[in-house]
Design a protein. Structure first.
Length: 485
């Protein structure tokens, strides 16, 4: 908390439990911001101190806690609300005159943006503190990206072209020579956004009646790549990029960032869930091989020729085993090869970590039904057959995109994959609670600082709630603070 050298007129503990001020004080008391305060005060040095750094900082945090869409509405509230001014540390004897002007507060925001590394360090400190308070934090992870629109206008169509579904997220080609008029407008119109670009994301599925649906979303701005704990719905890592940046290449760097900054939390990680936008052999193989994390990433269906038809599992040998792109493994009864194809799903037994294989068993032996081709099938086994019938081991390296330690076709995978919705709820709170549905932010540097501040406030609230024995409210920015029993 940014400590104010000012004696309060009354004890904040006497305020009723549902007071909004209590929520702000809970966040401020949990912020590890002293290093940032000293840096900002050193930057001001012997300059005028009409509006103290620490009071301005506390007011900036209050703007996030109380969901102000911009600085103007925050400053108006500060001029109106004496309790809020006191909580932030402004001089009460000056009344509304203690509140900085729009220009003065704007200059303070510029100074905070210049100290982005220190703002980011607060995020890391809070993640570490949360990891100490929650011993299982990081065990289950989820990743996703989030569209964040810029408040600035795109460049003229001569320099920036909105993407279409046929050409997703491709950066527009800039002409070698722009018209003089474009140069003039580009220099004079400060509402133009030069750091952002166009992003596009497609959603599709099947309705209950079997018909297909598709939705395409485009936006101009940025993309927030998030790594969260799916149990507590807390952010553990993030990166802000232009909107056109692909999701998939950002996954492993986020996991590496967690390992580098928070090795204790990273060592706890067992599973990571993400949608099919992160589907790649590199991501799935890298998660397990490098970090020991089991990937729960949905498959993209990429087979073009007869996508529904199972293919031979081992093309270089005569055998009866098939598989499809969803990871299902089948056996084909050998007595029916020249007639009707009788294909049955193999019985999944489990993952053998020491062999890096998925183990399957003969369905007839596993379920105890009669198969007329079983004897002929067992004669094809290169290593013989045990008491439980023929056993098949599928190496993960057969296709790292399709075969993963938790088999895609199992109920265990489905249940674990449901944890992915946690990151969607985090994204929703970023929009609705932390102020990114309506904002006036332009530029990558400003947006990066504002995103970092929002996530810092989220973590500070969680730390404060846990320390106040209110862990059940750690995710709430709006619930009143309960009085200690």
């Amino acid at each position: 908390m940014a400590i104010i050298a000012q004696r309060p007129l009354f004890d904040w503990q006497q305020i009723e439990a549902d007071s909004d001020i209590n929520r702000l004080m809970l966040v401020l008391s949990s912020l590890p911001d002293e290093v940032l305060m000293r840096a900002l005060e050193k930057l001001r040095d012997k300059g005028r101190d009409d509006y103290p750094v620490r009071a301005n900082w506390n007011a900036l945090v209050a703007g996030i806690v109380y969901q102000h869409p911009n600085a103007a509405t925050l400053l108006r509230e500060l001029r109106r609300n004496a309790q809020l001014r006191q909580a932030c540390g402004f001089d009460l004897t000056l009344g509304a005159k203690a509140v900085p002007s729009d220009d003065a507060f704007g200059r303070f925001l510029v100074a905070v943006i210049a100290q982005q590394p220190l703002v980011l360090s607060m995020f890391d400190v809070l993640v570490k503190q949360l990891g100490e308070l929650l011993p299982d934090l990081g065990r289950k992870l989820a990743a996703d990206s989030k569209a964040i629109q810029s408040a600035g206008k795109p460049q003229k169509k001569s320099t920036e072209t909105e993407p279409t579904d046929e050409s997703p997220s491709e950066p527009a080609k800039t002409p070698a020579v722009e018209p003089p008029q474009a140069d003039k407008e580009k220099d004079t119109d400060r509402r133009r956004e030069s750091d952002a670009d166009w992003g596009v994301k497609s959603y599709h599925g099947t309705r209950a009646d079997g018909t297909m649906w598709k939705k395409v979303v485009t936006w101009f701005g940025f993309k927030l790549h998030l790594l969260v704990d799916s149990t507590y719905e807390m952010p553990l890592g993030f990166k802000l990029t232009k909107a056109s940046t692909s999701d998939s290449p950002e996954l492993l760097p986020l996991v590496e960032q967690l390992k580098t900054k928070h090795p204790v939390i990273s060592a706890r990680a067992k599973e990571l869930a993400a949608d099919k936008g992160y589907d790649s052999a590199e991501n799935k193989g890298g998660l397990f091989d490098t970090y020991g994390i089991k990937p729960l990433i949905d498959h993209r269906l990429m087979w073009k020729d007869e996508p529904e038809k199972p293919r031979p599992l081992f093309a270089n040998r005569a055998d009866v085993f098939l598989y499809d792109e969803k990871g299902n493994v089948f056996c084909q009864c050998p007595t029916e090869w020249k007639g009707k194809d009788e294909v049955r799903p193999m019985a999944f037994v489990g993952f053998e970590k020491d062999r890096m294989t998925l183990k399957y068993q003969c369905p007839a032996a596993y379920a105890g039904f009669k198969c007329i081709g079983r004897a002929q099938c067992e004669r094809l086994a290169p290593l013989g057959v045990g008491a439980n019938g023929r056993v098949l081991r599928v190496p993960l390296d057969r296709d790292r995109r399709i075969f993963t330690p938790i088999a895609r076709h199992t109920d265990k995978w489905e249940k674990a994959y449901d944890c992915r919705t946690a990151v969607e709820r985090v994204n929703s709170r970023i929009d609705r609670v932390l102020g990114f549905e309506q904002h006036t932010i332009r530029g990558l540097a400003k947006m990066e600082t504002r995103v970092t501040l929002a996530l810092v406030v989220t973590l500070a609230m969680a730390v404060g709630r846990i320390k106040a024995n209110q862990a059940d409210l750690m995710r709430s920015m709006t619930a009143p603070v309960r009085q200690a029993a």
